[in-house]
Write a protein that binds this ligand. Sequence first.
Ligand code: MN3
Length: 208
Amino acid sequence: MAFQLPDLPYPFDALEPHIDAQTMEIHHDKHHAAYTTNLNNAIAGTEFENMDLYSLLAKLESVPEEKRMAVRNNGGGYANHNLFWEIMGPNAGGAPTGELAKAIDDAFGSIDGLKEKFSAAGATRFGSGWAWLGVGEDGKLCVCSTPNQDNPWMTGVVACTAGAILALDVWEHAYYLKYQNRRPDYIKAWWNVVNWDAVAQKYAAAKK
Ligand code: MN3
């Protein structure tokens, strides 16, 4: 198969009490696994099978129409969760340092300015979707939100094209067991599990 479900880089209960173990297990083993399987099924036997994931997402318009929505939804779901697991971790939270901290101050005034804008992007996303922090085409940090499993790598499809470095899943499956309808509470707690060292590495790579 072209794409493989990555292992979760920490145990299911590593993000407790902010994100509960049962949510993590279902989210990774069922939801992310399904996106992976469905992406592979959609591209099986096509020229897209051996394409790099981010090239595929940037060229959705070249995917035949009958497969395009399956690739968009499941390729998005596959890529989005890959990033989501990587930018969280145990013993995390706090604030970024170094070049990333400087870039955040330049773009948003402060880390609190970023948190306010990013949290609002997630909280106000109607229905299911994601909030993003990315390096825009002008090289500056930007915040945006996408519906469903769309993401800023989908050139020509989404309003904000960027190299994503931080992602927040606001689908109900990401928080409903613990937070029910209280999405803002989930978002507030989620900042405690953001692995800023991982985000800084993504930032350095996206700037290149
Ligand atoms: Mn999800």
